[in-house]
Design a protein around this ligand. Structure first.
Ligand code: GLY
Length: 412
């Protein structure tokens, strides 16, 4: 997709500075938007699509729109199977978004003319030894306390559902409500939907958020292009805090957590190699296998704190294949088609940062950590509402972008 410049004229007073040029690349006032979204991954695109749907003149800034973590992610919609102690508030948001997925998938497919691979296949989460089973039992107790629909199965019952599972499987949790979508199809559909909704794409990165009279007034790109906007949204994943110009009261506490992921090709056979997402705790580590109807089998994922490094390592591939092989021994026969690493944007409480910051005109849509694909429907909706009304919807308020400002470390 080529970058395009806006036809819109500015409605904001603007002082020209050295090294800053207008969106058209010539003298004169810079282009004006109601909203500029910095970051063209799933979160930035869904925000832009929904904003444009609410009638806002919207731009997306990204050197490579549609790239980012979604090109790596497996696309599990794992509200229940990825529940952790202390994350009950996040569970509510995750469940809200999961419930919106079928309608979101239809609406997006209608807008884009292409599907997003949404598959209501459910998930089976199994244990391979006594320690893994104890850990899974703990998770089951937590899920029950949260009133979730989960069924404990014996090893035999697990293998009846998924015959390719290893004979040693000790038991598992059947979660019929945790589904999947294909993040690459999702991204492609969002790009088309954005284009059709009139979103303007600027290839580049935002080097600076401009602030005038105590308000964010847009961004300046690395090539000097200035985009004036009534409101700006930082949605650049783990790089959302990079633009200069942010005042100290705007905290963007995101850090990269690397995930290495493999892609294999399953045979086109009946019964299918796997019919649902299968995951396991193996010696304390997590591995998941996500089978797509296209024949792709996604195996993930490592979880590594190594800064912006996206190197695929022999050790990462080895660990994933070792654990996946213990779970489903037959997969070593399958062609290995891709290895890749992406960066999850993690926050101190593992929950996203949504909506208005302490700087008027500046919003965050980042910090989705393990749940970016799952949270796309509610993020787009919540940010569009915040851009139009200044307020997040009730369900998103515990995830206010301001909850870490002033050094506070817990959700408001
Ligand atoms: N939600 C899967 C992952 O982050 O690896």
């Amino acid at each position: 997709m080529d970058s395009r410049t806006s036809h819109a004229h500015t409605s904001h007073a603007h002082t020209h500075r050295p090294g800053v040029r207008s969106a058209a690349g010539s003298a004169g006032p810079p282009a004006a938007f109601d909203a500029v979204v910095v970051g063209g991954g799933v979160i930035g695109l869904v925000t832009a699509w929904r904003a444009a749907g609410r009638g806002l003149r919207t731009a997306v800034v990204d050197p490579s729109p549609g790239g980012g973590a979604a090109q790596v992610a497996a696309g599990m919609l794992a509200a229940v199977t990825e529940l952790h102690h202390g994350e009950e508030a996040l569970l509510d948001l995750n469940l809200t978004s999961a419930a919106r997925y079928p309608r979101f998938a239809d609406e997006l497919a209608e807008a884009a003319g292409t599907g997003i691979g949404y598959r209501a296949c459910g998930t089976l989460s199994v244990a391979l030894d006594a320690d893994d089973r104890a850990q899974l039992r703990e998770l089951h107790l937590l899920q029950e306390r949260c009133g979730l629909d989960v069924q404990w199965l014996t090893g035999r019952e697990c293998r009846k559902l998924e015959p390719m599972l290893a004979p040693g499987v000790r038991g598992g949790l059947r979660v019929d409500g945790d589904h999947q979508t294909d993040p690459r199809l999702l991204t492609a559909a969002l790009l088309t939907a954005c284009e059709r909704a009139g979103v303007v794409f600027h290839r580049g990165w935002a080097r600076e958020v401009t602030v005038r009279a105590g308000r964010a007034t847009g961004v300046v790109l690395t090539d000097g292009t200035a985009l004036a906007a009534g409101q700006s949204v930082l949605a650049g994943g783990c790089r959302s805090g990079e633009p200069a110009g942010l005042p100290p009261e705007v905290a963007v506490p995101v850090r990269p957590v690397k995930g290495q992921v493999l892609r294999l090709r399953m045979p086109d056979a009946r019964p299918p190699f796997l019919s649902r997402t299968v995951r396991a705790v193996v010696r304390g580590g997590h591995v998941y296998l996500v089978p797509r109807l296209s024949g792709e089998l996604v195996i993930g994922a490592t979880s590594e704190e190594r800064g912006l490094d996206t190197t695929v390592t022999a050790g990462g591939v080895y660990e994933l294949l070792r654990d996946a092989h213990e779970l489903v021994p037959g997969l070593t026969e399958l062609p290995l088609t891709e290895t890749r690493a992406g960066l999850r944007p993690a926050t101190p409480d593992n929950a996203p940062l949504l909506g208005p910051t302490a700087l008027p005109g500046l919003h965050l849509a980042t910090g989705h950590h393990r749940n970016g694909v799952l949270l796309a429907p509610v993020t787009g909706e919540a940010l569009a509402q915040a851009l139009v009304t200044g307020e997040l919807p009730d369900y998103a308020r515990p995830f206010s972008a301001q909850r870490f400002a002033g050094g506070r470390g817990v959700a408001a």
